[in-house]
Ligand binder design. Structure first.
Ligand SMILES: Nc1ncnc2c1ncn2[C@@H]1O[C@H](COP(=O)(O)OP(=O)(O)OP(=O)(O)O)[C@@H](O)[C@H]1O
Length: 570
């Protein structure tokens, strides 16, 4: 009983109702078309009976109207089926788009830390397999179930009218099989969860292997990687085969029941014809009607497992949609310069293992600050707090406008920041497309100014199509240093008063790095800039140097910072 309750009380239903908002009209058109098509079978049986019986007893002419009616139904079925498939594809694809859009919207609006825990392969499985399973079931299976119920009722009613014993014969196996398939479906739902998990792991592995193709090749890791892929495939195959075996066993059991029922009905009908209790027309109508009673029952018991598979997929999507959303209010467009005040900020990714313990600092508007520290001390973590990708566990971080007004950091204050992360973060597309991520309405002049400030104008102009030159995934087609300068130009284009650079000049030669930093210093209006760096050359340009050590920030004199950096280098 509890198990059935668990099946019925799933969170998937309210979520599905929400998904279907505004789509019920399209759903009911499909359901009504399906219902008309499938219940027209009972009329076909009646017309064929009349056609045969009247032709035998009174000549073919007498049966002609029924022949025409029979033909009309056939034509109607063809036309409605064509219309149905147009409607089904339209609703299914629009549901797919909506679900995927909703998913991406949630991904973008969720707390970064929580969403980041999902592997990209798993997210892709949610976006493809799970979404497809839900939209396919809603557009094909659910109206199909309704149509089968109506088909069953009309066929059963008609058969009851003609021959009550036969109707009971045809019906008797039905409820047993539907009940059996309910339990089969429950088991299938568990298997479906396993398959989707295995699918997620497999996609993650493929995704990562393709992303790191160069590493696999240069470390001659191909054989190992292929073995890993094979293991993951085997795991997926194992669950698919288990589900399939279960499906086949269920099909055989249920199918034999139906065929046996049909066989009994056939014998009964033949017996009635032989002793004159039924006409030939009646016999053909019997066989059609029995098929139309058992067909829906068989169809229902085959469809129910699919419905349970869909519920498993919907539950996975619901779980994703439960990720905590970011708090947002109306974002205010940044005006003028801005500084920062960090007061006792602490953060740990894992409880009890603090990365930042007690960070205190005041950064004045327009200051250029170097942030140094041993690798893994938490410098990037501090930038993530500034970008409100994560909230501090303790303390507070305030944004201070030039006029002294303070705002606590949140997703809304992200508008005040521009960021150049570590690594190559360019998108495939043209250089201009990448620059416009910083400012969608950027004019060609603004783009050129930003490229110039990032010391990228020269090489971009030498490219065959200038800013319209297309680059591949992760900036392929550009050198690391060139990609870094495009990423800096993208950040400079963004009209934000605070610039965060996370080792953004690490691939540049000293001269170019120096020029880029001087250009940033002389920007009008002034930008506040925090530059994480391991490079000594940055120290000469910046106003302050802070060292992050043991979860705390310490102000350093340039000489001490240089001495420290040199001793580390030795
Ligand atoms: N998403 C995460 N989940 C759990 N731990 C993390 C996560 N990101 C970083 N860490 C841990 O937090 C610590 C600080 O990482 P962070 O990237 O902030 O260091 P960093 O000072 O910027 O290092 P580097 O100079 O090497 O870039 C590291 O020990 C790292 O293992």
């Amino acid at each position: 009983m509890n198990r059935i309750k668990r099946l019925v009380n799933t969170d998937a239903y309210p979520w599905l109702r929400d998904v279907m908002k505004g789509k019920w009209g399209a759903f009911w058109i499909i359901a009504i078309l399906q219902i008309i098509i499938s219940s027209s079978g009972a009329l076909q049986a009646i017309f064929s009976k009349e056609l045969i019986d009247r032709s035998i007893h009174s000549g073919f002419r007498q049966g002609l109207p029924f022949l025409l009616a029979f033909a009309f139904i056939l034509v109607m079925q063809i036309v409605l089926n064509a219309f149905l498939s147009l409607r089904v594809v339209r609703l299914r694809e629009s549901l797919n788009n909506d679900l995927q859009h909703k998913f991406m919207h949630r991904l973008y609006r969720s707390e970064w830390g929580a969403a980041n825990r999902y592997h990209s392969g798993n997210l892709l499985t949610h976006l493809t397999s799970d979404v497809n399973s839900v939209s396919e079931t809603i557009t094909v299976t659910a109206p199909g179930v309704l149509a089968l119920v109506v088909q069953f009722a009309t066929a059963f009613g008609t058969l009851l009218f003609y021959d009550a014993t036969l109707a009971v014969f045809a019906f008797v196996l039905g409820p047993v099989s539907v009940l059996a398939s309910w339990f089969i479906g429950r088991r299938l739902k568990a298997l479906q969860h396993q398959i989707q998990n295995a699918e997620g792991q497999y996609r993650s592995l493929l995704h990562e292997s393709i992303q790191n193709l160069m590493i696999v090749k240069t470390f001659e890791n191909e054989e190992d990687s292929l073995r890993q892929i094979r293991r993951s495939q085997d795991n997926r195959l194992y669950w698919i085969i288990r589900r399939n075996r279960f499906n086949v066993a269920a099909d055989v059991t249920l199918g034999s029941g139906y065929r046996f029922g049909f066989f009994l009905a056939f014998i009964w009908g033949a017996y009635r014809v032989s002793n004159g209790q039924a006409s030939f027309g009646m016999f053909t109508a019997f066989l059609q009607l029995v098929g139309q009673i058992q067909g829906p029952l068989e169809g229902l018991s085959r469809m129910l497992p699919g419905v349970f598979g869909m519920i498993a997929s919907a539950e996975r999507l619901v779980a994703f949609h439960r990720i905590k959303p970011e708090k947002r209010t109306a974002a205010a467009a940044p005006e003028g310069e801005a500084g920062l005040s960090i007061e006792g900020a602490a953060y740990s990714y894992v409880t009890g293992k603090p990365i930042l313990r007690d960070v205190n600092v005041k950064i004045r508007p327009g200051e250029l600050v170097a942030l140094v520290g041993t690798s893994g001390e938490g410098k990037t973590t501090l930038l993530r707090l500034l970008l409100a990708l994560m909230e501090p566990d303790a303390g507070r971080i305030l944004l201070e406008s030039g006029s002294g007004e303070q705002r606590t950091l949140s997703a809304d204050t992200r508008a005040y920041f521009s960021y150049v992360p570590q690594g190559n973060t360019l998108f495939s597309g043209s250089i201009a497309d990448n620059l416009r991520i910083g400012r969608p309405d950027a004019t060609p002049e603004q783009m050129m100014d930003a490229l110039e400030a990032a010391c990228a104008k020269g090489f971009v102009e030498r490219l065959p199509e200038g800013v319209d030159t297309r680059i591949g995934e992760h900036g392929s087609g550009l050198s690391e240093g060139q990609a870094q300068r495009i990423a800096i130009a993208r950040a400079l284009l963004r009209p934000a008063p605070i610039l965060l650079l996370d080792e953004a000049t690490s691939a540049l030669d000293m001269d170019t790095e120096w020029k880029v930093l001087c250009n940033i210093r002389s920007l009008k209006p002034r930008r506040t800039c925090i530059a994480i760096t391991h490079r000594l050359s940055v120290f000469d340009v910046c106003d302050e140097i802070y060292r992050l050590s043991d979860g705390r920030l310490y102000r350093q004199q340039r000489e001490d910072a240089l001495k420290h950096a040199e001793s580390q280098a030795l």
